[in-house]
Design a protein around this ligand. Sequence first.
Ligand SMILES: [Zn+2]
Length: 193
Amino acid sequence: MSRIMEEVLSANNRYVEAFGEKGTLALPPKRQFAILTCMDARIDPAKMAGLSEGDAHVIRNAGGRASDDAIRSLVISYKLLGTKEWFVVHHSDCGMLLFDDEVMRGLLSKSLETAKITPRGWEDVGKGPGSDEGRYINFLSFHHLEDSVTEDVRRIRRHPLVPGRIPIYGFTYDVKTGKLVEVAEAMKAGKAV
Ligand SMILES: [Zn+2]
Protein backbone atom coordinates (compact mmCIF):
# COMPACT_ATOMS: atom_id res chain seq x y z
CA MET A 1 0.00 0.00 0.00
CA SER A 2 1.36 3.46 -0.82
CA ARG A 3 2.19 5.74 2.07
CA ILE A 4 -0.51 8.16 0.99
CA MET A 5 -3.11 5.40 0.93
CA GLU A 6 -2.10 4.33 4.42
CA GLU A 7 -2.40 7.89 5.68
CA VAL A 8 -5.78 8.36 4.05
CA LEU A 9 -7.18 5.12 5.43
CA SER A 10 -5.94 5.76 8.94
CA ALA A 11 -7.41 9.28 8.86
CA ASN A 12 -10.64 7.73 7.66
CA ASN A 13 -10.66 5.30 10.59
CA ARG A 14 -10.46 8.22 12.99
CA TYR A 15 -13.25 9.97 11.08
CA VAL A 16 -15.48 6.91 11.30
CA GLU A 17 -14.94 6.68 15.06
CA ALA A 18 -16.22 10.22 15.53
CA PHE A 19 -18.92 10.04 12.84
CA GLY A 20 -21.82 9.96 15.31
CA GLU A 21 -25.07 11.58 14.20
CA LYS A 22 -23.83 12.40 10.70
CA GLY A 23 -25.16 9.03 9.59
CA THR A 24 -28.69 10.39 9.88
CA LEU A 25 -28.21 13.39 7.58
CA ALA A 26 -30.73 13.85 4.76
CA LEU A 27 -29.61 13.76 1.11
CA PRO A 28 -30.68 17.31 0.07
CA PRO A 29 -28.27 20.00 1.33
CA LYS A 30 -29.77 21.47 4.49
CA ARG A 31 -28.72 25.07 3.83
CA GLN A 32 -29.88 24.91 0.21
CA PHE A 33 -26.93 26.39 -1.60
CA ALA A 34 -24.08 25.33 -3.86
CA ILE A 35 -20.52 26.51 -4.38
CA LEU A 36 -18.60 26.07 -7.64
CA THR A 37 -14.89 26.52 -7.04
CA CYS A 38 -11.40 25.46 -8.05
CA MET A 39 -9.73 22.18 -7.10
CA ASP A 40 -6.72 24.14 -5.77
CA ALA A 41 -5.31 22.34 -2.73
CA ARG A 42 -5.10 25.58 -0.75
CA ILE A 43 -8.86 26.04 -0.75
CA ASP A 44 -10.94 24.25 1.87
CA PRO A 45 -14.52 25.15 0.97
CA ALA A 46 -15.88 23.81 4.25
CA LYS A 47 -13.59 26.02 6.33
CA MET A 48 -13.70 28.99 3.98
CA ALA A 49 -17.49 29.09 3.98
CA GLY A 50 -18.37 27.49 7.32
CA LEU A 51 -19.84 24.25 6.03
CA SER A 52 -20.53 21.05 7.88
CA GLU A 53 -21.49 17.72 6.35
CA GLY A 54 -24.98 17.92 4.93
CA ASP A 55 -24.99 21.72 4.49
CA ALA A 56 -24.29 22.49 0.83
CA HIS A 57 -23.14 21.18 -2.55
CA VAL A 58 -19.54 21.84 -3.49
CA ILE A 59 -18.66 21.40 -7.15
CA ARG A 60 -14.97 21.57 -7.95
CA ASN A 61 -12.86 21.46 -11.08
CA ALA A 62 -9.69 23.08 -12.41
CA GLY A 63 -10.42 26.80 -12.16
CA GLY A 64 -13.94 26.46 -10.78
CA ARG A 65 -15.10 26.95 -14.36
CA ALA A 66 -18.73 26.78 -15.49
CA SER A 67 -18.03 23.86 -17.80
CA ASP A 68 -20.86 21.79 -19.24
CA ASP A 69 -20.21 19.28 -16.50
CA ALA A 70 -20.31 21.90 -13.73
CA ILE A 71 -23.62 23.12 -15.12
CA ARG A 72 -24.88 19.53 -15.20
CA SER A 73 -24.16 19.32 -11.46
CA LEU A 74 -25.80 22.68 -10.74
CA VAL A 75 -28.93 21.66 -12.62
CA ILE A 76 -29.19 18.44 -10.59
CA SER A 77 -28.43 20.48 -7.48
CA TYR A 78 -31.51 22.67 -7.84
CA LYS A 79 -33.86 20.43 -9.78
CA LEU A 80 -33.58 17.34 -7.62
CA LEU A 81 -31.97 18.55 -4.42
CA GLY A 82 -33.44 21.97 -3.89
CA THR A 83 -30.54 24.46 -3.82
CA LYS A 84 -31.70 28.07 -4.09
CA GLU A 85 -28.48 30.17 -4.24
CA TRP A 86 -25.18 29.54 -5.98
CA PHE A 87 -21.66 30.88 -5.53
CA VAL A 88 -18.96 30.91 -8.21
CA VAL A 89 -15.54 31.32 -6.58
CA HIS A 90 -12.27 31.64 -8.52
CA HIS A 91 -9.05 32.52 -6.70
CA SER A 92 -5.80 34.46 -6.76
CA ASP A 93 -2.66 32.69 -7.99
CA CYS A 94 -4.78 30.12 -9.84
CA GLY A 95 -2.82 27.68 -11.99
CA MET A 96 -5.33 28.33 -14.76
CA LEU A 97 -3.79 31.79 -15.23
CA LEU A 98 -0.46 30.24 -16.19
CA PHE A 99 -1.18 28.54 -19.51
CA ASP A 100 -3.49 28.41 -22.48
CA ASP A 101 -4.81 25.57 -24.62
CA GLU A 102 -2.01 25.91 -27.15
CA VAL A 103 0.69 25.64 -24.48
CA MET A 104 -1.06 22.71 -22.75
CA ARG A 105 -1.52 20.81 -26.01
CA GLY A 106 2.11 21.43 -26.91
CA LEU A 107 3.31 20.05 -23.57
CA LEU A 108 1.10 16.98 -23.83
CA SER A 109 2.26 16.30 -27.36
CA LYS A 110 5.87 16.09 -26.11
CA SER A 111 5.38 13.78 -23.12
CA LEU A 112 2.91 12.66 -20.46
CA GLU A 113 5.25 13.48 -17.60
CA THR A 114 4.80 16.47 -15.30
CA ALA A 115 6.01 19.67 -16.95
CA LYS A 116 8.07 22.36 -15.25
CA ILE A 117 7.41 26.05 -14.96
CA THR A 118 10.47 28.19 -15.66
CA PRO A 119 11.02 31.93 -15.99
CA ARG A 120 10.44 31.39 -19.73
CA GLY A 121 7.11 29.63 -19.13
CA TRP A 122 6.16 25.97 -19.15
CA GLU A 123 8.73 23.49 -20.39
CA ASP A 124 8.36 19.82 -20.97
CA VAL A 125 11.21 17.91 -19.38
CA GLY A 126 9.86 14.37 -19.74
CA LYS A 127 10.65 11.56 -22.10
CA GLY A 128 8.22 11.10 -24.93
CA PRO A 129 6.14 9.98 -26.54
CA GLY A 130 3.34 12.39 -25.78
CA SER A 131 -0.10 12.50 -27.33
CA ASP A 132 -2.02 14.89 -29.56
CA GLU A 133 -5.33 13.97 -27.94
CA GLY A 134 -5.16 17.23 -25.99
CA ARG A 135 -6.69 18.89 -29.02
CA TYR A 136 -10.03 17.39 -28.08
CA ILE A 137 -10.10 19.03 -24.66
CA ASN A 138 -10.94 22.63 -23.91
CA PHE A 139 -8.85 23.23 -20.82
CA LEU A 140 -10.74 26.45 -19.92
CA SER A 141 -7.73 28.41 -18.69
CA PHE A 142 -8.16 32.16 -18.24
CA HIS A 143 -6.13 35.34 -18.25
CA HIS A 144 -8.04 37.66 -15.95
CA LEU A 145 -9.31 36.54 -12.57
CA GLU A 146 -12.34 38.79 -12.09
CA ASP A 147 -13.36 38.58 -15.75
CA SER A 148 -13.37 34.80 -15.61
CA VAL A 149 -15.77 34.90 -12.66
CA THR A 150 -18.11 37.23 -14.54
CA GLU A 151 -17.88 35.12 -17.68
CA ASP A 152 -18.83 31.96 -15.77
CA VAL A 153 -21.65 33.61 -13.82
CA ARG A 154 -23.02 34.87 -17.15
CA ARG A 155 -22.73 31.46 -18.75
CA ILE A 156 -24.70 29.87 -15.92
CA ARG A 157 -27.26 32.71 -15.84
CA ARG A 158 -27.95 32.36 -19.57
CA HIS A 159 -28.29 28.61 -19.54
CA PRO A 160 -31.82 27.59 -20.53
CA LEU A 161 -32.03 25.02 -17.72
CA VAL A 162 -31.12 27.53 -15.02
CA PRO A 163 -34.13 29.35 -13.56
CA GLY A 164 -33.93 33.11 -13.12
CA ARG A 165 -35.01 32.87 -9.48
CA ILE A 166 -31.63 31.46 -8.43
CA PRO A 167 -29.15 34.24 -7.61
CA ILE A 168 -25.58 33.46 -8.71
CA TYR A 169 -22.94 35.23 -6.65
CA GLY A 170 -19.47 35.88 -8.09
CA PHE A 171 -16.44 35.99 -5.78
CA THR A 172 -12.69 35.67 -5.78
CA TYR A 173 -10.84 33.97 -2.94
CA ASP A 174 -7.51 35.38 -1.83
CA VAL A 175 -5.11 32.50 -1.13
CA LYS A 176 -2.88 34.87 0.87
CA THR A 177 -5.57 35.90 3.38
CA GLY A 178 -8.44 33.42 3.01
CA LYS A 179 -10.82 36.27 2.19
CA LEU A 180 -13.75 36.08 -0.22
CA VAL A 181 -14.03 39.25 -2.29
CA GLU A 182 -17.13 40.19 -4.25
CA VAL A 183 -16.79 40.71 -8.02
CA ALA A 184 -19.20 43.58 -8.70
CA GLU A 185 -19.68 42.86 -12.39
CA ALA A 186 -20.35 39.18 -11.72
CA MET A 187 -22.81 39.98 -8.93
CA LYS A 188 -24.69 42.20 -11.34
CA ALA A 189 -24.72 39.51 -14.02
CA GLY A 190 -25.87 36.86 -11.57
CA LYS A 191 -28.80 38.72 -10.01
CA ALA A 192 -32.01 36.76 -9.79
CA VAL A 193 -34.47 37.87 -12.46
ZN1 LIG B 1 -7.23 27.37 -9.18
